[in-house]
Design a protein around this ligand. Structure first.
Ligand SMILES: Cc1cc2nc3c(=O)[nH]c(=O)nc-3n(C[C@H](O)[C@H](O)[C@H](O)COP(=O)(O)O)c2cc1C
Length: 249
């Protein structure tokens, strides 16, 4: 039981936390930058084709058009929109024996990432915080108050988030992966979260929405909002999503 907090992975997460006081005067080590592109000037070059004849035009368009969006229409999302994004995030898409596979990959199929949402403007769903129950493809209501402002405030006061229809909040339950992989499990947990967020960003694009991944937040504040303990489970990543503003408006 006590080992988890002593791992390098847990210490790393603790030491890289933001809070409102230390964020102002946190010691930042002076580390020289690196080139934006890695180049092999002497290597033989193989130019890649920029067109491909797949019938995946739709996917190509989605990938091409995805941009982090920080201005949202006031138009609410439908419950179907939300369900589609949640399915894309972690919906169960397959089974092999007792393993249930999901829409995004996970090291060892351990799925250490939990999804919560702060609902602001979804038709047919009153605002509040919810937990996504992957197993039953349903939502568990945690609070009935609109927490969008509080979440945005906890995300270094990034006010655009409060105007999104929904904010996704991803946490890690560290033991799920670290009991198998030890410190290396922390890497896998963070990688899993990246996969999940990207699927949501692409799914958002597919339904006329846009999203913005958010990695800047006061960890403990979000953990408190979610009523999670900071050690066994802690916030990893967030993203706000809303409808795009129609051109000309
Ligand atoms: C790990 C991560 C954390 C990020 N955190 C924030 C954030 O806190 N606030 C924000 O406005 N954008 C954030 N972004 C979005 C980036 O600014 C954005 O992806 C980048 O500018 C590239 O633009 P694009 O997403 O439109 O291609 C984050 C992106 C990533 C991948």
């Amino acid at each position: 039981m006590p080992e988890l907090t002593k791992t390098i992975g847990a210490q790393y997460l603790k030491n890289s936390r933001f809070d409102r006081i230390s964020v102002q005067h946190r010691h930042r080590p002076v580390i020289a930058g690196a080139e934006t592109f890695k180049r092999y000037p002497h290597a033989e070059k193989f130019p890649l084709p920029r067109k491909w004849s797949l019938d995946e035009q739709r996917l190509t368009t989605l990938l091409q058009n995805r941009r982090s969006l920080r201005k949202y229409s006031v138009e609410p999302l439908s419950l179907e929109d939300l369900a589609f994004m949640l399915w894309a995030s972690q919906g169960i898409t397959g089974q092999a024996g007792s393993y249930l596979f999901r829409a995004t990959p996970s090291a060892g199929a351990l799925y250490p990432v939990e999804t919560y949402i702060s609902v602001h403007s979804i038709l047919g769903l009153d605002a509040g915080l919810f937990h996504f129950d992957v197993e039953h493809f349903s939502l568990d209501r945690l609070t009935s108050q609109d927490q969008a402002e509080a979440v945005a405030s906890a995300c270094l006061d990034q006010k655009f988030m409060a105007r999104a229809a929904v904010i996704f909040l991803w946490t890690g339950i560290f033991r799920r992966a670290m009991s198998k992989y030890g410190d290396r499990g922390m890497r896998y947990i963070l990688l899993d979260a990246g996969h999940i967020c990207q699927n949501v960003m692409i799914a958002a694009e597919a339904i006329g929405c846009g999203g913005c991944p958010v990695g800047a937040f006061y960890d403990s504040e979000l953990n408190q909002l979610l009523e999670i303990d900071d050690q066994e489970e802690s916030i990893l990543y967030a993203a706000s999503v809303g409808k795009k503003i129609a051109p000309g408006i």
